[in-house]
Design a protein around this ligand. Structure first.
Ligand code: GUN
Ligand code: ZN
Length: 462
C-alpha cells in the first residue's frame, strides 16, 4: 500500500471512530459541579451516581471523553485545551421527556375538561392547523426552543396525522442536531373528518416517513396510533405489520389514562381482555413500545407490561390537570417495569422537568409513596434514556456518550438562592431544585457539545 493510500485508510478510520473531521482533536473542557447517574438509585442509592462538587467534563467531536474531579481532569489534559468555567453551576445530562405533543404547545392550559371532552374541544381543532407545512415548521421551532430553554435535549414526540407535521418536526430537530423521536399520528375513526387518515394511507405515509427519517442524524421514528379508540382494528393491524417490517422503530401511543376512555375501549373492542390486550394482540407491545399514562392498569396488564418489556411514560402535570388519576409508581417499581417522565404538553402544564418532578413527588405523596430527589433526577436523565432504549447513547456522562448536557444555576431567584444556601446535603439541594426549579434555573443547554440555548445572549466576537 502506498503512503498516501495508507494515510487515507488511517484517516477514514479516525473519522469513523471520532465523528466529524472538524471537531476531532479539539477537545473542550467544562468546569462545574458534576452529577450523573450510573444506575437506578432506588431502593439503594450507594454507587448509583457520581458527584464531583468541583468537577469537569471533557467533550471532543460532540462525545464525552472524560468526567471527573476538576483537579484530576486538569492534570490529564494538555495546557492547550480550552476551559469553559461554570464554577458554582451544575453540569447534568440533558433531560429526557418521554411523552409530549409538539402540536399542542399553543393550547397549553386550556380550561375545564377531562380527557375526551378536552380532545374534542381544544386538541383536534388545534392539530388541524398542522396540515400547513409553514405553520408546522414555525411551531416546531418554537416547541424545540421551549424544550431547550428547559434543559430537555431528547424527547419522544407526537406530531399530528399530517405528514407535513412530521417533516417539520424532524427538520427543526436536525437544525440543532438533536436526538429526537417522532412519528405521524394514525387515526382513522372517532375524530373529526379533517383529522382522519385511512388504514392504507396511514400505513403508506408512515412507511415513507420511516424511510425518509429513521436514522437520519440522531432521529428515530415512532409508529404512532393516537390511542385505541381512534384506530380501527385494520389500522392497528397495519401498525403491527409496519413494526414487523421495521423492528427497530418505536411504538408510541396512549394507554389507560382516564376511566371513561377505558370503558370506551371495552365497548369498541369487546373481544379483547382489556385495553393493553388490544395493543398486545396487534404486536404493538415490546422493548421499544412506550405507553403514555398507563395509570389504571389491571394486574394482568402489569404482567403484560413486564413480560413484553414495554414502557410507561409517567406524566404528572397532565394527570393532575386532566384529573386522570395517580400513576402507581410503587407497582411499576416493584415489578421492575421501565418508566420515564413525560411533560405531555399540552395536557401537561409545563415544559420544565423540575416542575414535572415537583408534581411527580406530590402524586407519590398522595399514595403514601416516596420519590427521592436522587430517584427524580435519575428518572429525568438516565431513567428516561433507558425508557427510550437510548441509554447506550445518552443519559449520563460515561465516555463515549453523546455530549448532551445542561448547565444548571441553582441560585436563580432570591428564594432559590436562600434555599440552596441553607441546604446541606446533595439530596437536599436537589430536592429544592426539583420542588422550586423552573426554566430560570437552566443557564445553558448543549447538544453534542454545541451550545443550543443560553440565558446570556451570545454576541459575535473575533
Ligand atoms: N389520548 C389520546 N390523545 C391524547 C392526547 O392528545 N393527550 C392526552 N393526554 N391523551 C390522549
Ligand atoms: Zn399525550
Amino acid at each position: 500500500m502506498g503512503l498516501s493510500r495508507m494515510f487515507l485508510v488511517v484517516f477514514a478510520l479516525v473519522v469513523q471512530v471520532f465523528g466529524s473531521i472538524e471537531s476531532f482533536g479539539s477537545p473542550t473542557a467544562y468546569r462545574g459541579t458534576v452529577l450523573h447517574f450510573l444506575k437506578n438509585p432506588y431502593p439503594a442509592p450507594a454507587g448509583s451516581y457520581e458527584y464531583y462538587q468541583d468537577g469537569a467534563l471533557v467533550v471532543d467531536g460532540g462525545i464525552i471523553q472524560k468526567v471527573g474531579s476538576y483537579a484530576e481532569v486538569l492534570q490529564s489534559l494538555p495546557p492547550s485545551v480550552p476551559w469553559i468555567d461554570y464554577s458554582g453551576k451544575w453540569l447534568i445530562p440533558g433531560f429526557v421527556d418521554t411523552h409530549v405533543h409538539y402540536p399542542q404547545t399553543e393550547m397549553i392550559g386550556a380550561y375545564g375538561a377531562q380527557l375526551l371532552e378536552w380532545l374534542n374541544t381544544y386538541t383536534f381543532p388545534t392539530e388541524k392547523q398542522y396540515s400547513n407545512a409553514v405553520y408546522a415548521k414555525k411551531q416546531a421551532r418554537f416547541f424545540i426552543d421551549q424544550l431547550l430553554r428547559n434543559g430537555t435535549t431528547s424527547a419522544l414526540v407526537f406530531s399530528t396525522v399530517h405528514k407535513e407535521s412530521v417533516d417539520a418536526f424532524f427538520e427543526a430537530s436536525l437544525e440543532k442536531n438533536l436526538r429526537m423521536i417522532s412519528g405521524k399520528v394514525l387515526m382513522d375513526r372517532n375524530a373529526p373528518s379533517y383529522l382522519l387518515d385511512t388504514a392504507a394511507s396511514g400505513y403508506q405515509d408512515s412507511k415513507d416517513l420511516i424511510k425518509k427519517w429513521h436514522g437520519q442524524g440522531r432521529l428515530s421514528y415512532a409508529i404512532t396510533p393516537r390511542f385505541a379508540p381512534t384506530s380501527s382494528p385494520e389500522q392497528l393491524s397495519q401498525a403491527g405489520t409496519l413494526k414487523k417490517e421495521f423492528p427497530e422503530v418505536y411504538i408510541h401511543t396512549h394507554l389507560s389514562e382516564n376511566k371513561a376512555e377505558i370503558e370506551w375501549v371495552k365497548s369498541l373492542f369487546p373481544n379483547h381482555q382489556g385495553y393493553l390486550d388490544v395493543y398486545d394482540s396487534y404486536g404493538l407491545t415490546g422493548k421499544r413500545s412506550i405507553f403514555a399514562h398507563s395509570i389504571h392498569l389491571t394486574s394482568v396488564e402489569f404482567q403484560t407490561m413486564a413480560t413484553t418489556d414495554s414502557v410507561a411514560a409517567f406524566c404528572p402535570t397532565s394527570n393532575l390537570f386532566l384529573g386522570s388519576g395517580l400513576f402507581p409508581i410503587k407497582a411499576f417499581r416493584d415489578q421492575n417495569i421501565r418508566f420515564g417522565l413525560g411533560t405531555d404538553v399540552g395536557a401537561g402544564t409545563s415544559f420544565s422537568m423540575f416542575q414535572t418532578l415537583n408534581e411527580a413527588y406530590k402524586i407519590a405523596q398522595l399514595q403514601s409513596q416516596k420519590l427521592s430527589s436522587l430517584d427524580g433526577f435519575y428518572r429525568a436523565t438516565l431513567g428516561g434514556a433507558q425508557a427510550l432504549d437510548l441509554d447506550s447513547k445518552i443519559g449520563n456522562f460515561l465516555p463515549g456518550k453523546e455530549a448532551d448536557f445542561v448547565v444548571i444555576e441553582p441560585k436563580s431567584t432570591l428564594l432559590t438562592t436562600m434555599r440552596h444556601l441553607n441546604s446541606q446535603t446533595l439530596e437536599e439541594k436537589l430536592f429544592v431544585l426539583m420542588t422550586l426549579g423552573d426554566d430560570r434555573n437552566v443557564f445553558a443547554t448543549y447538544s453534542m457539545g454545541e451550545l443550543v440555548f443560553s440565558q446570556v445572549p451570545q454576541t459575535y466576537s473575533r
